[in-house]
Each structure stands twice: as C-alpha cells, then as structure tokens.
Design a binder for this molecule. Structure first.
Ligand code: NAD
Length: 289
C-alpha cells in the first residue's frame, strides 16, 4: 500500500520503519530534517511537506505531539489533499474534542478516519508491538486494522469516534495511580524493616500485583528490570505522563467524573515535572519519596 506517515519522532520513527519493513511504500514527512533522514535510512521516501507526502496514497498515519498540531496538519495539509477515499489514522495522544472534530471534518470531505492512540512506548514502537485503541466506524476500523497490523501486538476497537482517546486517557490515569502506589508501598516496606525485594516477591504474588510492581519495578535493582536500574533514563517520560494526566483531568472536569486519586496523581506528576524530573522515566516518583 502507498501510505503517508506524518510525525517521525521517538514513536513515529519506529512505526514508519515497521510499515516500510512490511513492504508498504511509505511516504514520510516531519518538520525535523534529522527525523526525515532516519526515516529514509529505514526505507521510507522523504517529502518536504505533508501535502506532498499524502499525494496518491491509500492511507495516512500521523504520530504528532498534541491536538493543536494534529488539527493544523489535517486541516491545512491532509483533508482535501489526500485522494478521496483515503483512510486517515491519527495515532497521536490528543484531547477527545479535537479527535472528534477531525473525524467529523474528514467525513464531511468524504474520508473515513479513526483515532488510534497507542500503549507501549518507544521500545514497542520500534519492535512493532504497540497496542492500538481505535475509535471510529466498523468499516473504518476494518480498514485501519490492516494498516496498523505491522506495528501492533493488538488492535482493539474501543468504540465510535474519540473512543480510542478515552481508552488511552483512562488507561494512563490508572497506570499513574498504580505506579505511585507501587513506589509508596516499596518505600513504606523498606522504612519498616522489610527489604524491598522481599516485599516484591510477596506482593507480586498477592493482591498487590500490578504491572508497575510486577513488570516495571520502579526501585533500582528490585524485581523486574525497568529504567530504575539505569538512573530512570529512557522509558516513558514524566512529562509525557503529565500530558496524559492533564488530558484526563480536563475530561473529568468536562464530564463531571469524580477522580480523587487521578487528580492526586496529576498533582504528584506536576510536582515531579516542576522539580526537573520531566525527562526521566515516570517511575522516578520513587526517587522523590
Ligand atoms: P516526539 O516529539 O518525539 O515526535 C513528534 C514528531 O512530530 C517530531 O519529530 C516533530 O518534529 C514532529 N512534528 C511536530 N509538528 C509537526 C508538523 N506540523 N508536521 C510534521 N511533523 C511535525 O514525540 P513522540 O514521543 O514520538 O510522541 C508522539 C505522540 O505519541 C504524542 O502524542 C505522544 O503523547 C504519544 N505517545 C508517546 C509515547 C512515548 O513513550 N513517547 C507513548 C505513547 C504515546
């Protein structure tokens, strides 16, 4: 398939490479020359604008920083420029309102479009093992599944337009809560004379088990390997978790949902970011305790 890929950063770079590896003709665009050069090395063809990249394609995939940029790129460069009938797939994590607005605008111009944010991070983007949470019609989902497959461990239809963003936001609010809880429990155990690795051994086989404790233990040299073992370098940055929590808090306020723990988690990640931990892995909350 001829596929345009817009946004070749930490995530998009690996994703576009996996589409090319699967034999697709990938037409890539990014504002960054370095990102474009990387994509060319990975078998994509580079273009000097999104508008050029979407010429003649059957599908457009984007992986961009935020809703304002997604709105601008789709409004100015994609809708009305990609061929009629092309499938549009935005994989960025953005607010629900912008996701729905883009899908409405695309449909009004005769395109099918889905929101398809991901879980998995940079390693999964490079390894082709992302989980995609997709919002859109049945027909658009059926087409999107085939495009997303070389980048995916799982492609799940969450529901109609915007439902992928709802799933992503709720998943990451839950993740923030159990990450903070895991950090606090490990520290509390240690302060009370129980070695953290013994607590990990017990709780990971008890009702305290969760992904943060079992698979991504946030204390150095305890339990499962994670960026904690490497000074919290790499992984999923505090600043990105904070971005997702802000989206969740905004949605909670708009919908009147009660999210006491989520809102405390957002406060904790705001403080960690303000303290200069924005670039460290989100397990670095452990360091602040
Ligand atoms: P990034 O900053 O590394 O990449 C974004 C890329 O978009 C950059 O290369 C930038 O030059 C490009 N870009 C910006 N404006 C553009 C424009 N107008 N036209 C073309 N290219 C443009 O960010 P990332 O870590 O790859 O994240 C991308 C998206 O994926 C975000 O929405 C993020 O929330 C989400 N996400 C990230 C992770 C992660 O672990 N990094 C995990 C899940 C989801």
């Amino acid at each position: 398939m001829k596929i345009a890929f817009i946004g070749l950063g930490n995530m998009g770079g690996g994703m576009a490479a996996n589409l090319a590896k699967a034999g697709h003709d990938v037409r890539a665009f990014d504002l960054s020359e370095a990102a474009l050069a990387h994509a060319r090395d990975a078998g994509c063809t580079g273009f000097s604008s999104a508008r050029e990249a979407v010429e003649g394609v059957e599908a457009v995939v984007s992986m961009l920083p935020n809703g304002a940029i997604v709105d601008k790129v789709y409004t100015d460069e994609v809708i009305g420029h990609a061929p009629a009938g092309a499938l549009l797939i935005d994989c960025s994590t953005i607010d629900i309102a912008t996701a729905r607005k883009m899908i409405d605008a695309a449909q009004a111009s005769g395109y099918e479009m889905v929101d398809a944010p991901v879980s998995g991070g940079i390693a999964a983007a490079n390894g082709g093992t992302l989980t995609f949470m997709v919002g859109g019609t049945d027909s658009a989902f059926g087409r999107a599944e085939k495009v997303l497959d070389p980048m995916a461990k799982a492609v799940i239809r969450a529901g109609d337009a915007g439902a992928g963003q709802v799933a992503k936001m709720c998943n990451n609010m839950l993740l923030a809560c159990h990450m903070i809880g895991t950090c606090e429990a490990l520290k509390l155990a240690e302060r009370n004379g129980l070695a953290m690795d013994k607590f990990h051994e017990i709780s990971s086989k008890s009702t305290g088990y969760c992904w943060s404790l079992n698979d991504y233990t946030p204390a150095p040299s305890v339990g499962a390997a994670s960026p904690a073992d490497n000074g919290y370098a790499g992984g999923f940055a505090v600043a990105l978790m904070l971005k997702d929590l802000r989206l969740a808090m905004d949605a909670a306020e708009r919908s009147g949902a009660k999210v006491d723990l989520g809102s405390k988690a957002a406060e904790i990640y705001e403080a960690a970011n303000a303290a200069g931990l924005g670039g460290k892995d989100f397990g670095a909350i452990f360091e602040t305790l």
